[in-house]
Ligand binder design. Structure first.
Ligand code: GCU
Length: 137
């Protein structure tokens, strides 16, 4: 299926702030997780059917240390401590990916700071790749 993009600044945000002081973001800004462990962005993603999907998180991390995030879909972990390595500058945006299974209907895709702070998060792109793989754990 065609990729669908969701802006972080339009998602549900807990303990993060929408900012726009580093160029290169899409939409009207990005989310700064404000160095709060447990702060998160939760995207609501509708899927017509149960489907395997790739999640691409577009982010910037102007430090040299990874800013790991926990990714959950409908409350279930799909990636624990997913690495968001340095991108070289706060104005340099890259993607980090995780695989997920979506259910038919509304899905809650959450990116939560695992350890102190997260990257600046710009966007989630969801690319469904076919019917759900029921063999998947
Ligand atoms: C800087 C940068 C912010 C970023 C922060 C961080 O202050 O300007 O955009 O969120 O570092 O370390 O997370």
């Amino acid at each position: 299926a065609a990729p669908v993009r969701y802006e972080a600044e339009a998602a549900t945000i807990s303990q993060g702030a929408v900012e726009s002081n580093h160029a290169g973001y899409s939409g009207t800004g990005f989310v700064n997780f404000q160095a709060v462990t447990g702060s998160y962005v939760e995207f609501t993603v509708d899927s017509a059917q149960a489907a395997n999907a790739r999640l691409d998180f577009r982010y910037a991390n102007g430090t040299t240390a990874s800013r790991p995030m926990d990714i959950t879909v409908n409350g279930t972990s799909v990636a624990d401590d997913l690495a968001f390595p340095g991108t070289g500058a706060w104005t340099s945006w890259k993607n980090v990916s995780a695989d997920a299974v979506l259910k038919a209907g509304s899905n809650r895709i959450r990116a939560l700071t695992a350890n102190g702070d997260g990257p600046n998060l710009d966007q989630l792109t969801v690319t469904a790749s076919g019917p759900a793989d029921t063999e998947k754990p």
